[in-house]
Design a protein around this ligand. Sequence first.
Ligand SMILES: *Cc1c(COP(=O)(O)O)cnc(C)c1O
Length: 235
Amino acid sequence: MSRRDELAAGLATVEDRIAAACAAAGRQRAELTLIVVTKTWPATDVRLLAELGVRDVGEARDQEAAPKAAECTGLGLRWHFLGQLQTNKARSVVGYADWIHSVDRPRLITALDEAATRAGRTPRCLLQVNLDEQAASDDAGRGGAAPADVPALADALAAAPGLELAGLMAVAPLGADPARAFDRLAALAASLRSAHPQATVISAGMSGDLEAAVAAGATHLRVGTAVLGSRPPNG
Ligand SMILES: *Cc1c(COP(=O)(O)O)cnc(C)c1O
């Protein structure tokens, strides 16, 4: 099978899963955006995905994403940055990312706002929430703000002229019931919308739990493995 056929088959499988999840939840496919997470995979795969109709791609590391986005200009893609982000990468990331899903602290908001303003860009930003009820204060590997910090972070993000507050993002905690985690995220998103009506996005659901995310009201799914195959062990 050619790589193009493999990717087409992966996309078809994921679209079938999304269609079934939408039917079960009484939702329309058009309410959902599928972001194909291309981290660890080459720009040639991104190009094939674009040919197959993919419009949204996700990346998690700036060192990898910046050159890949540069290689893939002109394909009409929207780039979503999903990974933990250091303030010293803000300038690079706003250069190509149309969306940033992993905003989780005041200093990062300041750094992104400065970089975006200087670059004349206005990335859509999501606040990443840490839904791990076991975690003390930091879930070191995955990032995300404590739910209690979301209102103040949202106010800061909404007040940043270079950034657009679009909603919330979360990763279901390892070992947790994703349905319970995503219901919690949906409740946080509803209270966010009461303060910031424009913040309608809920980014949730990966290869292993996209059905639970669709059921809980996600608007954006971030799917890698189920489309592209298993990443190398440390990918
Ligand atoms: C890698 C990654 C994904 C995709 O995960 P899969 O299990 O491969 O679908 C989604 N979201 C984030 C934040 C990621 O880092």
